[in-house]
Ligand binder design. Sequence first.
Ligand SMILES: [Zn+2]
Ligand SMILES: [Zn+2]
Length: 365
Amino acid sequence: MDAYAAIIERQGGEFVLDNVSIEDPRDGEVLVKVAAAGMCHTDLTVRDQYYPTPLPAVLGHEGSGVVEKVGRGVTTVKPGDKVVLSFSYCGTCPSCLKGHQAYCPSLFPLNFMGRRLDGSTPITRKGEEVNACFFGQSSFATYSIASENNCVKVADDAPIELLGPLGCGIQTGAGTILNALCPEPGSSIAIFGVGSVGLSAVMAAKASGCLKIIAVDRNPGRLELARELGATDVIDANTVNAQEAIVAMTGGGADYAMDTTAIPAVLRSAVDSTHNMGETAVVGGAKLGTEFALDMNNMLFGRKLRGVVEGSSTPQVFIPQLIAMQKAGLFPFEKLCTYYDFDQINQAVEDTEKTGTAIKAILKM
Ligand SMILES: [Zn+2]
Ligand SMILES: [Zn+2]
């Protein structure tokens, strides 16, 4: 059938909107009429080819919409169901079976290689194949072929256009706190980088009962929003040494830290900002092959560092939980979101990257 999609044709290029043709769902797949899709930092790093996703490609991995058609064998969603599209996983390996879908060994091929595992793709443009299985969805399009595994059914009265970002950026920030670090009530946490992931972490830290929530960034507007969403202290890294300030304001170091920036020097100062036995989460995606250094003797004092993908979430469990928290006023992630028409996708990129005026852009199809 006919669809309309935003295509990245070359490294670093603009999104090109064009008519395409999309296949019917195969076994285990779902055709979704996309209502909206959030823009995540990873769409832009893939545009820049930090990861080897083949081009031309339809990106977009925070889709939401309504199921139009299902392929054979699909049992958990049916036409008419509202769904949020999250990351793709195999569902059958030991990691997936233990509920650790974000650590599925097939995560990279399923989410970044732009194709089904058999090498096929569901979208063509003027008869030529376009890579369109990005995160098992390629939702910068009016229709998306997803797999049953990355569809999360939500309630019929859910505000579907708002919910796509729960599929990646927002669950990454919230899940790092609620599923991975699990800070005790009364503990302290420093969050380095308060874009959409860091701000989601700030809200989750507040909901967890953290008493000291320190936001670090170079953008004063974001720091102000962090304060509104629950940060008790903010540090403008343009003018203040964040590590020294955190150690001073926590009486020796934070219990927890989180780096969303993917900058090696910032990750290092996140770890060095923690107290003995403190734990740091690394969340941002750096270029493949990026390395960083730590002080070994500092680590000896019980410090921990862990990587977290997609907030260690099982999307079908965690996304409904975040929706319930939002409904209850405990997780007001709508405050991060700015809507754009699909045709304004390049404006959304500019507002996200250049001016920083959009924290979480959502494109309405
Ligand atoms: Zn798996
Ligand atoms: Zn993402």
